[in-house]
Design a binder for this molecule. Structure first.
Ligand SMILES: C[S@@+](CC[C@H](N)C(=O)[O-])C[C@H]1O[C@@H](n2cnc3c(N)ncnc32)[C@H](O)[C@@H]1O
Length: 264
């Protein structure tokens, strides 16, 4: 079985996959999709995955090595991130994992299963369904989501919080629009500026929701604007050493008073 093939390394001694290695692995994964082309879009995805992988390595430095972790990949798409994590990153970190990918597109899930079969990765599983209500394993240690569209990010975060997932790494994608509240604050009637402020407000509400649920949260630029304009990652760990959940809940309530759409 795949899990038995892992080499175990002590934490902190791993050499992280280089950009070149991730690109080569992404090409191998693309070939396992049974598609010959590896173009600009695939290259961009590989670079995002490389940068995301660095954040996984940082976030999981204290994760247990004595048992396999269960990882949720929310809105996994073709799961390039999870395949690279499984074949390249996690073995170098000395981590074993069962990875569960979820996407509402049945077609993408079929593709993921084909790739896993072609790569001989029998400990990865993929389920078609919405993050809001798809059945999930009873215990999840790590949840990651790269560019889950619109409110899929919110569904993902809500599921992770409800499941008490210890490590959460989330890069939001396109945002649902905020319409109300800007006039009261005196913001200019510029769609572009309001969209930017709206993005920041929505991610702030997500940040505070995690803090209010007992997570220590960081908002980091994970990739650099030249790789993706959707560059913000919320990296969170459920721990007793986070900021006050009550204070976060109070801040969130103030934000929702000003921008009621953030209360959805
Ligand atoms: C921009 S793609 C990102 C895919 C992948 N994470 C990646 O980085 O390549 C967004 C994915 O979210 C999925 N999606 C959107 N809403 C969803 C939901 N509510 N539940 C599950 N998947 C969803 C779409 O089917 C699509 O595959």
């Amino acid at each position: 079985m795949g899990i038995a093939r892992y080499r175990v390394r002590p934490p902190g001694t791993a050499e992280l996959p280089t950009e070149r290695e991730v690109l080569a692995e992404a090409e191998r994964i693309r070939a396992a999709e049974e598609v010959a082309s590896f173009g600009r879009r695939e290259r961009k995805k590989a670079l995002e995955v490389h940068r995301f992988a660095e954040q996984i390595a940082f976030a999981l430095r204290g994760a247990p090595r004595s048992r396999p972790l269960t990882v949720l990949d929310g809105a996994c798409g073709k799961s390039v991130l999870s395949f690279v994590a499984r074949t390249l990153l996690l073995p170098r970190l000395g981590l074993r994992a069962r990875i569960v990918g979820v996407d509402e597109s049945a077609e993408r899930i079929t593709t993921c299963r084909r790739i896993a079969r072609n790569l001989g990765l029998d400990e990865m599983e993929f389920h078609a369904g919405r993050l809001a209500d798809v059945p999930l394993p009873p215990r999840i240690d790590v949840a990651w989501a790269l560019h889950a569209c619109g409110d899929a990010t919110d569904q993902f975060l809500a599921r992770a919080v409800r499941a008490h997932v210890r490590y959460v790494l989330c890069v939001p994608c396109c945002h649902p629009k905020i319409g109300r509240g800007f006039d009261a604050l005196g913001l200019p009637a510029s769609g572009r500026l309001r969209a930017r402020v709206g993005d920041a407000l929505l991610d702030s509400a997500r940040f505070l929701r995690l803090e209010a649920a007992g997570y220590r949260v960081d908002a980091v630029d994970f990739a650099g604007g030249e790789v993706t304009p959707r560059n913000l990652m919320l990296r969170a760990e459920k721990t007793a050493s986070g900021r006050s959940p009550a204070d976060a809940a109070a801040r969130l309530a103030r934000l929702v008073e000003l921008f009621p759409e953030l209360g959805r």
